[in-house]
Design a protein around this ligand. Structure first.
Ligand SMILES: [Zn+2]
Length: 276
């Protein structure tokens, strides 16, 4: 009898432990502002912004910058203005550390006036960088694109002055979150075959993939990229912000379905949240 009671007690203790462990495990929350701009809130309470163009016209919330609480890190994939976005204003308001590819990091300070002590030493493709305040690490991966600063970031050039200032390599980021998902933000890129290397380093739980075309992968290209990267889920981004970005989630779903990958897509609308 004692023995049976002991086993029951042990089972009950185990059940309570399992329940409390489940309750203690926080989600990772993803918010999409539109274009390539995301906020990631990690289980350890860290906040990471990626390509923070919060004033993107498709964002239904016109007070997103005012409403921001603490931000630990701002990650910028390349110099184009739809990706640098509102990073300067947000960096000054929040004191967040800013990570950008090596060459862009210098130009953020010297050309755009970012506070020097907030811009991290820019890493580069293949490197992994600790983000301790967010309980995360980020691996920098390639992107096939450009990374110029142009008007209106640069003032109208005087005769003989450059109108587009080259600013490092364009990149994507693989963010490995402790107790949470590993997220691959493609930045702006074409589908390129070395994407096959990414799942050799990390299982990607969530891929944030550009699909708009014209400057980046279109829906068919992005579906091929999903086949190569093998993410559990993929959320389309960088479409519909203006007319040239004509790719749609429906076309992307169709292209994924042709490869037997349609169930992996999660469609988000600007202003929405998802938890992982
Ligand atoms: Zn872009």
């Amino acid at each position: 009898m004692l023995k049976i009671f002991g086993i029951r007690k042990a089972l009950l203790t185990l059940a309570i432990f399992a329940l409390s462990a489940t309750a203690a495990q926080a989600d990772t929350k993803i918010h999409w502002y539109g274009q390539s701009a995301y906020k990631i809130e990690t289980p350890s309470g860290g906040v990471i912004l990626i390509d923070p163009w919060l004033t993107v016209p498709t964002n239904p919330d016109k007070n997103s910058i005012t409403e921001l609480g603490k931000v630990d890190y701002i990650l910028i994939t390349h110099g184009h203005r739809d990706h640098v976005g509102d990073a300067l204003e947000i960096a000054k308001k929040t004191g967040a550390k800013v990570l950008a590819p090596y060459g862009l990091g210098f130009n953020l300070v010297s050309v755009l006036g970012f506070p020097q002590d907030q811009v991290m030493t820019g890493g580069n493709v293949g490197g992994t960088i600790d983000l301790p305040a967010a309980g995360a690490k980020v691996m920098i991966v390639n992107a096939l694109h450009g990374s110029e600063l142009t008007a209106p970031q640069l003032p109208q050039p005087a005769p003989g002055q450059p109108a587009a200032l080259t600013s490092g390599n364009p990149v994507g980021y693989v963010i490995e979150i402790k107790g949470g998902p590993t997220i691959y933000h493609t930045g702006d890129t074409a589908a390129y075959e070395d994407m096959k290397l990414i799942p050799m380093f990390h299982h990607i739980d969530l891929m944030l993939a550009c699909i708009g075309g014209y400057f980046t992968m279109d829906p068919a290209g992005a579906a091929l990229a999903v086949q190569w990267v093998k993410p559990t889920h993929v959320i389309p981004m960088h479409f519909g912000t203006f007319g040239l970005l004509a790719g749609t989630p429906a076309q992307f779903k169709g292209a994924l379905d042709k490869r037997g990958l349609g169930k992996r897509m999660i469609e988000m609308k600007p202003g929405e949240d998802r938890s992982f």
